[in-house]
Write a protein that binds this ligand. Structure first.
Ligand code: NAI
Length: 251
C-alpha cells in the first residue's frame, strides 16, 4: 500500500463514532478525530444532553443520544449512521462507569451495572453493527480497557473484571473481525485526570497518580492520541493489541 496523500488529515472522509463523548476522554477523542479530518458522531446518555451538544458543536460533529446498554443500541446507531453518512468506519467504545465498593459490599446491582456498560455493551454493539453491515471493510474498533483490568484495584472487583474482560474480548474478536477487514485494538489508560478520577477519595487518587512513572495523572489527550493511531492509516496491519497509556507504568 502507498502512504495516504495527506498525513496531516489521516482520517479525512472517515465516519467515526465515539461513545461517552459528552466529557472526559471521550470528548477529547472527538476533538482529535475532528482535527484529523473525520466526521464525528458523538454519543452519550440522554441525560448528558447539553454537554453532548457542546462537544458536538466544538468538533463540528453530530450528537446522538444513545445509552449503550439499550437493547436496540446497535440498531439505532446503525440506522442513524447509515442514513446520514452511509455507514461507520471507526467506533470507539469509550463509555464507561465505576461503582466502587469493597468486596463485602459489592452488591449485585453494582456488579451488573459496571459489567453491562463496560463489557457487554461494546460487544453487543460491535456484533450488531457488523451483522447489519454498518461497519465498513477497513473499519476500526477501539475498546477502552484500564490498568485496573491488568493490575487490579482495591474496591474495583466489578470494574477490574469488566476491563480485564475487554482485553479478552479484543483477543477473541480480532480474528473474527479480520474476516470483515476490520481491526480491533484497545487502550488501557492508567490514572487520567477526568471527572471519573476526581470522584476517587483523595488518598487513593494520589496513590493512582504515583503509580505512573511521570508521578502525575495523564491527560485525556494522551489517551486520545493513542486511539487516533489505532483509528488511522498508520495502524492498518495492527489488530488484537492492548496499549497501556499510563506513563511507563510502575505496575
Ligand atoms: P467520565 O466519567 O468523565 O466520562 C464517561 C462518559 O461516559 C460520560 O459522559 C457518561 O455520561 C458516559 N456514559 C456512561 N454510561 C453510559 C451509557 N450507558 N451510554 C452512553 N454513555 C455513557 O469518564 P472518563 O474518565 O472520561 O473515562 C472514559 C473511559 O476511559 C471509560 O471507559 C473509563 O473506564 C476509561 N478509563 C478511564 C481512566 C481514568 O483515569 N479516567 C483510566 C482507565 C480507563
Amino acid at each position: 500500500a502507498t502512504a495516504p496523500a495527506d498525513w496531516d488529515r489521516p482520517l479525512e472522509g472517515k465516519v467515526a463514532v465515539v461513545t461517552g463523548a459528552a466529557r472526559g476522554i471521550g470528548a477529547t477523542i472527538a476533538e482529535v478525530f475532528a482535527r484529523d479530518g473525520a466526521k464525528v458522531i458523538v454519543a452519550d446518555i440522554p441525560a448528558a444532553g447539553e454537554a453532548l451538544s457542546a462537544t458536538a458543536n466544538k468538533v463540528g460533529g453530530t450528537a446522538l443520544a444513545l445509552d449503550v446498554t439499550a437493547p436496540d443500541a446497535a440498531e439505532k446507531l446503525a440506522e442513524f449512521a447509515t442514513e446520514r453518512f452511509g455507514g461507520i468506519d471507526i467506533i470507539v467504545h469509550n463509555a464507561g462507569i465505576t461503582r466502587d465498593k469493597l468486596l463485602a459490599n459489592m452488591d449485585e446491582g453494582r456488579w451488573k451495572a459496571v459489567l453491562e456498560v463496560n463489557l457487554a455493551a461494546p460487544h453487543r454493539i460491535t456484533e450488531g453493527l457488523v451483522a447489519r453491515g454498518a461497519l465498513k471493510a477497513g473499519g476500526r474498533v477501539i475498546d477502552v480497557s484500564s490498568i485496573a483490568g491488568i493490575a487490579g484495584n482495591r474496591g474495583q472487583t466489578n470494574y477490574g473484571a469488566s476491563k480485564a474482560g475487554v482485553i479478552g474480548m479484543v483477543d477473541a474478536e480480532s480474528p473474527k473481525l479480520a474476516e470483515h477487514g476490520i481491526t480491533i485494538n484497545a487502550v488501557a489508560p492508567g490514572f487520567i485526570e477526568t471527572a471519573m478520577t476526581a470522584a476517587i477519595p483523595l488518598g487513593t487518587r494520589e496513590a493512582g497518580r504515583l503509580l505512573s512513572s511521570l508521578y502525575q495523572g495523564g491527560q485525556t489527550v494522551d489517551v486520545a492520541e493513542t486511539i487516533a493511531y489505532f483509528a488511522g492509516p498508520a495502524s492498518n496491519a495492527v489488530s488484537g493489541n492492548v496499549v497501556r497509556v499510563c506513563g511507563q507504568a510502575l505496575i
